[in-house]
Design a protein around this ligand. Structure first.
Ligand SMILES: NC(=O)C1=CN([C@@H]2O[C@H](COP(=O)(O)OP(=O)(O)OC[C@H]3O[C@@H](n4cnc5c(N)ncnc54)[C@H](OP(=O)(O)O)[C@@H]3O)[C@@H](O)[C@H]2O)C=CC1
Ligand SMILES: N[C@@H](CCC(=O)OP(=O)(O)O)C(=O)O
Length: 434
């Protein structure tokens, strides 16, 4: 099979081609989809010089436009990051096949058998930020789960995305998977048009700001799985071990400040604030974090005053707002008011306090004594992630293969009809699981 030159077609034709390719992909055996995933890994390895060159050009252009350092780090794809992403593709290949799992097998009556079996969703439209390694993770998950995918990355990453998709098409062209199963769009106009194509696209996954996710939800009939902003919190309880708390704070803020699972607000119990805050501030300032405190924090340490706006701001940068609270309840109330239901964590040595926090904070990921940066499909053992769903209904949190799967009920009878099972002398069902 050769790589399909569909990218030059009008959008409806692209979507139609993806639908057709996805239908073939959905019924391929596990082995064929695994081979396709491995072919993608090999093609990316072979195209490494071109990919790195394209990314260097994107980075250069973004720098000329004055891109912020954290966003630049998200855009930059060096050899180490690319190698890790390719390893991730192979990890996805090794995961159990999510397609064809029999979830329910039930005899309704003699000779009348119900099965619920997992199957791919169909065609996914995934819009994401200028982060080229996300394209690699998303594509490998889509192919492994038997779905076609129409991708759109952030404008700063256009060259990187085009080169990656070219390599992926090259890899797929040696396999049973039609390369048309993976498509790349590059403009916002195409996104607006894509949102109207409910005939060909089964699920839209927007990764981006709250505003953008809402815009998508309001402008399409296609089901939307929102991956919105991460206003993540870390609460340092009065029973926290201080050194542990400092290390977690520094990691959660500075290990990768541009990503959605980095913290934006630090909440500190008033009983330990005078001892904890100077330790934390020293460690954070060593890493160039700008601190903004509420009134009590500013009485303990000199820093800029936080405004009401700070509590609902996702900086995506080396900035942290700090608030001193008088109780666990106040911390939980703050998080449930200003958070984005993404990821929130507590540091405490008191298991009861931890339990209350984990049960009452209404977020997709709630952590005890560890960094919010663990909110990630790879780190959860899902191989990779499409992103982190901030919706309440499943899939919630890091979305891996399971989130790209639906199911269908297959019922087999032998001439069975409903009439004998209805009315006055209705025949009972056996409803026997096996
Ligand atoms: N929960 C999660 O998994 C994730 C959450 N995020 C969140 O996303 C936000 C930051 O991402 P940022 O880089 O600023 O991304 P943006 O929200 O600016 O953009 C993300 C993507 O959406 C597109 N887009 C944005 N607005 C429109 C529009 N009106 N019409 C069509 N397309 C649009 C962009 O296109 P273009 O570049 O062409 O403008 C880009 O492809 C943060 O809040 C972050 O937390 C990010 C990734 C994952
Ligand atoms: N799970 C990811 C962060 C989630 C994510 O996709 O973030 P972003 O860089 O905002 O797209 C990680 O830990 O790198």
């Amino acid at each position: 099979m050769t790589a399909s030159p569909v990218a030059s077609l009008p959008l409806t034709a692209i979507a139609k081609a993806t639908r057709q390719a996805a239908r073939q992909l959905a019924v391929l055996p596990t082995e064929a989809r695994n081979q396709a995933v491995e072919a993608i890994a090999q093609a990316l390895e072979a195209a490494t010089p071109e990919i790195l060159a394209a990314n260097a050009a994107d980075c250069q252009a973004a720098q000329a436009e004055g891109i912020a350092k954290p966003l630049y780090n998200r855009l930059k794809l060096d050899e180490t990051k690319l190698k890790a992403a390719i390893e991730g593709v192979r990890d996805v290949g090794k995961l159990a096949d999510p397609v064809g799992t029999v979830q329910i097998q039930r005899e309704l009556d003699e000779g009348l058998i119900l099965k619920r079996i997992t199957c791919p969703v169909g065609v996914l439209g995934i819009i994401f930020e200028a982060r080229p390694d996300a394209l690699i993770q998303i594509t490998s998950l889509a192919i492994k789960s038997g779905n076609g995918v129409i991708l759109k990355g952030g404008k700063e990453a256009i060259r990187s995305c085009e080169t990656l998709v070219k390599a992926i098409h090259q890899g797929l062209s040696t396999t049973a998977v039609d390369a048309a199963a993976v498509q790349l769009l590059t403009t916002r106009e195409e996104i607006r048009a894509l949102l109207q194509l409910d005939e060909y696209v089964d699920l839209i996954i927007p990764r981006g700001s709250n505003e953008f996710v809402r815009y998508v939800q309001e402008n399409t009939r296609i089901p939307v799985l929102g991956h919105a902003d991460g206003i993540c919190h870390l609460y340092i309880d009065r029973a926290a071990e201080l050194q542990k708390a400092v290390e977690i704070t520094v990691d959660a803020k500075t290990q990768y400040p541009a990503v959605c699972n980095a913290i934006e607000t630090l909440l500190v119990h008033s009983a330990i604030a005078p001892t904890f805050l100077p330790l934390a501030a020293a460690a954070l300032q060593k890493r160039n974090v700008e601190l903004r405190g509420d009134e009590v924090t500013c009485q303990i340490l000199e820093m800029a005053a936080a405004t009401e706006e700070d509590w609902s701001t996702e900086y995506n940068d080396l900035v942290l707002s700090i608030k001193v609270v008088d109780s666990l309840e106040e911390a939980i109330a703050h998080i449930n008011t200003y958070g984005s239901r993404h990821t929130d964590a507590i540091v405490t040595e008191d298991p009861n306090i931890a339990d209350t926090f984990l049960n009452q904070v209404d977020s997709a990921n709630v952590f005890h004594n560890c960094s919010t940066r663990f909110a990630d499909g790879f780190r959860y053992g899902f191989g990779a992630e499409v992103g982190i769903s901030t919706q309440k209904m499943p899939p919630r949190g890091p979305v891996g293969l399971e989130g790209l799967i639906t199911y269908k009920y297959k019922v087999t009878g032998n001439g069975h009809i409903v009439a004998p099972y209805a009315g006055k002398d209705a025949k009972p069902f056996t409803h026997r699981d096996f």
